[in-house]
Design a protein. Structure first.
Length: 146
């Protein structure tokens, strides 16, 4: 059995580009940056970023182009694919994540703040941005109604 699965959460490095194939299908491409923080050999904290090329097809391409903007967070689930082509006699390669699903991250602010704009009622955080309050006492599995 083989497995080709990518799960990426990061921030858009540029606004999405929406194009149409000759068949009429919509294609959206954008890139995500993921950050990593680690200690080096000397015990100093280091940070590095990786950049991922994302391609989305169909209806999700349209909604991604409509609601995602540079700097917005997004969770992408898909597969990794490398394509190649010849340009001026030199073989070029590009590795991309072909998205099966795109989920928009939390809103960072209103349109005046340059944050992502999501229609009312979608991905809204009604808790005021804080983590939910969990009960202090242990939960008895027999108290769960299902």
């Amino acid at each position: 059995m083989y497995l080709n699965k990518a799960l990426i959460y990061g921030n858009l490095t540029r606004d999405p580009e929406l194009k149409s194939l000759p068949s009429g299908m919509q294609v959206c491409s954008f890139s995500l940056a993921t950050n990593r923080r680690y200690k080096d050999r000397d015990g100093n904290w280091q940070e590095s970023a990786d950049y991922h090329n994302i391609v989305v097809f169909g209806r999700q391409a349209e909604t991604s182009a409509q609601y995602l903007k540079k700097g917005a967070g997004a969770f992408v689930e898909g597969r990794i694919q490398t394509r190649s082509w010849d340009k001026d006699g030199v073989k070029q390669y590009r590795t991309e994540i072909i998205a099966d699903r795109v989920q928009f991250g939390p809103r960072t602010g209103g349109p005046s703040e340059g944050g992502s704009t999501v229609p009312a009622g979608k991905n809204e955080d009604t808790s005021g941005g804080s983590a939910p309050d969990y009960p202090e006492e242990d939960i008895n599995p027999e108290d769960i109604p299902f």
